[in-house]
Design a protein around this ligand. Structure first.
Ligand code: C2E
Ligand code: CA
Ligand code: CA
Length: 652
């Protein structure tokens, strides 16, 4: 398999094994480096041997006075000197190479290794021929061949050709020009010839084995290296590479101001649901291509999900963002409304990490959600407070859960018919010793964006169940509580399983818990949600549809999923009284629910008029400030005890 998972032909495989094809830069560099390292050892060994040979010569010939002049000494030992010089030069070369100084000039390493090869072969042949005439010894030649081939394995195709060429030439020279001390021609015997050829073959196999092993290593680490710097879905750089490149870019453009950009595809989830995983992927890839086109000289990357990042000069950045957005909008001809929102963060002198800078930009972009009139937002001092709360939330959610900073507030829900209390909605509050009171608007979207919402919800469910059990044990009046579920809860945890475990642990009758899922969380064909909703129903929980009418796909949701109750969003009551259409719409939603055999609840009930109207129109339950804000459990209990709230005899 190649790195893209495709099958290779046999020919290609053989070619790869003998190093016939040109390798990509990464693999070539890896092999060259491995080669240089073995060259270093080889050259070291050669240098030591040659020094030894020179000492031996001095010991045997110079000291006993057999060598008369210095000139004679050098004439007799010239091959040792040549080889020693070559080895020392190779040693210096590989040392410098390994330290990273001459990697920029790969041709130089060819030249060096080539020179070493030629010197070694020359020496090998000359000594080999002399040795042969002395006693049919060719070990010097064979050893030299070993040296050079081991240092030349990065493309064994070439080294094998060279080895066979020089090996054959050596055989030819021996057969035609070799003479003994008396000048008579000498030939290689059959046995020696066979040994010699076998040696060449063994060496070829050795070279191939070493090469192939190194080649596999190189390819493997190439794939790994690519994976760690490339985003798998789109093939464009990932954030790791972005950070590296950003630092280099900033250094190179230190004289100019730069901006970090974070792009966010608005409505990507709906698109993904509509066109499936592969359709969504195609869109992400397309954005990758657009980024490459619009930021050819600058670093860019996929940040994750539907978010991308880039870095460019501050001058003219708005124009470039506009051009990118236009190109994006132009190629999207589908039915789903999409937009590209961009957050901008000006890098300051006190340089934050690229990742942090992009995160600031991302925060600015996140504030553009659902603002159809704007697509650029720059991070400025005004956003700093929100950003720091966001960071605080992300850094402290676990602590908040553990230390009990997360509390549950209960908002009463009344029967429209008699105004008696039939349950409460559990709403999260974060009461922090440092930051004070945090409202869900400050932490729920952040936790959802960063996929941490399940940590909070798990805590809310447990707090509610524990509370109900305590009340039951204390013999107090209890009422059903509805729990909010995020779409992500079903992805990030086994939501049904977790709730079931709590119900068992605290022995809570299941009809005391309602599951609320907001309309915007639901889209067509969401197998995960279908499965979870079916499981909730099967276990005996009532499932409520929250915020009905607030999103784009209300009707589809009703068509695709089964709910026990429809919770009409508070937007319809916003201008109640001024706008006669509100009444008509609410009435028809109530009729629709009745025809689908669903119960109803209207949220955001603030006035007596709204109560009267909803009661007459046949809405089942009401919730809103008219009856009470979200409050502590004890307050609800006290109000029940004091008679301010009358707990209904009918709770389902
Ligand atoms: P929601 O589920 O639609 O909750 C109703 C929100 O409307 C609550 O805001 C409530 O305080 C507010 N509200 C109730 N009656 C009235 C009224 O008469 N007038 C007005 N103007 N507002 C009213 P809150 O508590 O700030 O929660 C906001 C949103 O945060 C919730 O909207 C819900 O989507 C989310 N949320 C709250 N608690 C949790 C939780 O524990 N888990 C999850 N996943 N989401 C939660
Ligand atoms: Ca709710
Ligand atoms: Ca709601």
């Amino acid at each position: 398999m190649d790195e893209h998972g495709g099958k290779k032909s046999i020919l290609r495989k053989i070619g790869d094994a003998i190093g016939f094809y040109r390798n990509n830069a990464y693999v070539a560099e890896h092999l060259r480096e491995a080669d240089v390292r073995s060259t270093r050892y080889m050259a070291g060994v050669v240098a030591v041997i040659e020094l030894g040979m020179l000492l031996r010569y001095v010991w045997r010939w110079v000291l006993p006075g057999k060598c008369e002049t210095v000139a004679d000494f050098f004439t007799y030992t010239q091959s040792y000197w040549i080889l020693l010089t070559a080895a020392l030069l190779m040693l210096i070369y590989s040392e410098v190479y390994v330290r990273g100084k001459i990697r920029r000039f790969p041709r130089l390493s060819w030249l060096w290794t080539g020179c070493f090869f030629l010197v070694a072969i020359y020496f090998g042949i000359m000594t080999g021929l002399t040795d042969f005439s002395k006693g049919k010894m060719i070990t010097a030649f064979l050893t030299m061949m070993l040296f050079v081939t081991v240092t030349l394995v990065w493309r064994p195709f070439t080294s094998i050709l060279l080895m066979l060429g020089f090996g054959g030439a050596f055989l030819f020279l021996i057969d035609h020009y070799s003479v003994d001390r008396d000048g008579n021609p000498i030939r290689m015997g059959e046995g020696d010839r066979l040994n010699y050829i076998t040696f060449l073959i063994s060496m070829t196999v050795l070279v191939l084995t070493v090469y192939y092993q190194r080649y596999r290593e190189a390819v493997k680490s190439d794939i790994l290296a690519k994976k760690t710097i490339t985003d798998e879905r789109t093939g464009i750089p990932n954030m790791h590479r972005f950070c590296e490149e950003s630092k280099a870019f900033q250094e190179a453009h230190a004289d100019r101001e730069q901006v970090f950009l974070s792009f966010n595809v608005e409505n990507f989830r709906t698109y993904n649901d509509r066109y499936g995983y592969s359709g969504g992927n195609e869109l992400l890839k397309k954005i990758g291509e657009l980024l490459a086109e619009h930021f050819p000289e600058e670093p860019y990357a996929r940040q994750g999900d539907d978010k991308f990042a880039a870095l460019c000069d501050a001058e003219g950045h708005e124009e470039r963002i506009r051009a990118l957005r236009e190109a994006f909008l132009a190629q999207n001809t589908g039915e789903i409304y999409l937009d590209l929102k961009t957050g901008v963060y000006r890098s300051s002198k006190v340089e934050p990490e690229p990742r942090l800078a992009v995160d600031h930009a991302r925060y600015a972009a996140s504030l553009l959600k659902n603002h159809n009139d704007r697509y650029i937002r720059e991070y400025d001092q005004k956003l700093a407070e929100g950003y720091s709360i966001r960071q605080y939330v992300l850094n402290n959610i676990e602590k908040a859960v553990k230390e009990g900073y997360i509390q549950v507030y209960y908002q009463p829900v009344m029967w429209a018919s008699d105004g008696e209390l039939c349950g409460c909605e559990a709403l999260a509050r974060w009461i922090d010793p440092e930051e004070g009171f945090l409202s869900p608007g400050q932490f729920i979207p952040v936790l959802e964006e960063c996929r941490q919402i399940h940590k909070l919800d798990r805590c809310i469910y447990e707090t509610v169940c524990r509370r109900l059990r305590e009340s039951m044990d204390a013999g107090e009046a209890v009422f059903p509580v509805s729990l909010n579920f995020s779409r992500l809860d079903f992805e990030l945890m086994d939501a049904v399983g977790e709730l079931e475990a709590l119900v068992e642990k605290y022995r809570i009758p299941r009809h005391y818990l309602h599951v609320e899922i907001t309309e915007s969380a639901l889209s067509e064909n969401d197998a995960l949600l279908h499965e979870a909703l079916d499981a909730f129903h099967e276990k005996g929980y009532a499932v409520w549809l929250d915020d009905f009418g607030s999103g784009y796909s209300s009707m589809n949701v009703l068509k695709d999923y089964r709910f026990d109750l429809l919770k009409i969003d508070m937007v319809f009551l916003k201008n109640f009284g001024d706008n006669p259409n509100s009444e008509r719409i609410i009435k028809s939603i109530l009729e629709l629910a009745a025809s689908l055999d669903m119960k109803t609840l209207t949220e955001g009930v603030e006035t007596k008029e709204a109560v009267e109207f909803l009661k007459k129109a046949g809405c089942g339950r009401l919730q809103g400030y008219f009856y009470g804000k979200p409050q502590k459990y004890e307050e609800i209990r006290d109000r029940i005890e004091s008679g301010e709230y009358k707990l209904s005899g009918q709770l389902i």
